[in-house]
Write a protein that binds this ligand. Sequence first.
Ligand SMILES: C[S@@+](CC[C@H](N)C(=O)[O-])C[C@H]1O[C@@H](n2cnc3c(N)ncnc32)[C@H](O)[C@@H]1O
Length: 517
Amino acid sequence: MLEPSFGGCGFLEAARDALIALGCAMPSESIYGCDIDPIAFDHLAEVFGSPVDTSGFVLGDFLDRQNEAQWPAKFSAILANPPYIPHHKIDRGKLKKLAAEPGVVSDIGGRSSLWAYFISHSLSYLALGGRMAWVLPGAFLQADYAAPIRLHIAEHFRRSLAIVIRERIFLTEGTDEETVVLLADGYGDKEVGRKSELGEARTVDDLAALIPQWDGGEWRGITTAICPAMLSMDELAITSFDALKAKPVATTLGAVARVQIGIVTGDNDFFILSQEGARAAGLEEADCTPVLAKFRATKGLSFKRADMAEYLEGGGRALLIDSSCSPDNQRVRDYLASFDVERRAKISTFKKRTIWSAPNDGNCPHAFLPVMHHEGPRLVLNDLNCVSTNTVHRVFFHADVTENIQRLASISMLTSFSQISAELVGRRYGSGVLKHEPRDAERIDLLLPKMKPEMLDQAVTAIDKALREGGQAEAMKLADKLIFTACGIAVGRTSKLFRDALQSMRLRRRPERRKLP
Ligand SMILES: C[S@@+](CC[C@H](N)C(=O)[O-])C[C@H]1O[C@@H](n2cnc3c(N)ncnc32)[C@H](O)[C@@H]1O
């Protein structure tokens, strides 16, 4: 077996014990490894006893190993917990080289984390029929750059399984990231269209119990989609969801609107002030432009002047300074002149702008959508006609989308159907937050059935009120009733089915935390 980055030798120790359990008299002769850090070699004696034969262990970069003389040509097993270094932290020259030599899995490109290159490269060392196990970050399931790897593994192994671990197992190493354990068996058994299985373990103990069950064929993961939210969808929920998706009134946000990130100021603390901050800086409120810098400033179906006023009164920061909006204003000039000149020269966002002090591009959207959230996205209409910063997406409806359709879309986004869709296309991060990049957000499914304007007016009033009173769940029920009825489906049953699935998806997003010692 091969461990391409054996570090503290934890996996080597486990491999040694497994080989002994299988009756192997000299496990050290079957275990090989590599690590770039000489300190890793200090641990070898703890696993294999002194004096240790290090001839099977290579000091150096695993990605540079080609037909390594110290190793057999192929291994029957690979066991790995690779480094998770993101692409922007990999040396540029190295990354260029990695992108140019694509390894076994093609199309990984030059924007992947190091673990992805490790998987691809390690496959050149795996024997036909071989198996492997990897401890990977959650990005394995969600990153776009990992898509070719997911596909390659599904189609080139007889069976493969990704297990999401809800317990955060690397908290002591300072990361709150989700962990995925990938198991793959029977390398070289190619079948186009074959899917990987997906499962979940609450804790590492649960994982330990699950692996032998999968190995023995007593348990299988789901194969509907390699997306953690799918674990919450039973057959009935999937069929009902797909049936709604197939309706002619079903569409996507991207079919009616374009989603774009908000403005990037380069220094929010300087450019976005509270009322108090503006006063302290010698500025008047009229010197500033209102900006939506925190999605929580929105309360209902639309963002109004009164919402902004309430947010500012509560001490929120929403006053944008921009030199081009008030070129002759001496107070603004004085304030901008207070920015440290040396620091100014270092901020890359400023360098990209024609005028460093003009962050407002003036592109006021029709609506807003949060970038990250815990409780599902809301499509909030922009009554105030302001811009947002890049924590809030800007939504621009296409020219043929009437105001009534825009209002209908904002309601439709709240249905359990669209909220499930948002969970399916979104990406989960550390604390269990859901994130939508603009292109992900455009993939959210919406139902836009025909509706009488009076009915829509009434619904907008009722749902806006429910949201403002804090009744997210109530708002969803009202939205379901309105939209599902107009689509001609049984509201009560479908809404309950979807709301239950949604609740489970959101619960699954939350990490299981053990108290640190
Ligand atoms: C997460 S640790 C592995 C821990 C190990 N599986 C264990 O059981 O203790 C990652 C290891 O990758 C090593 N590493 C980082 N870059 C590497 C590279 N390019 N080639 C080989 N090893 C590398 C680090 O030195 C570190 O020991």
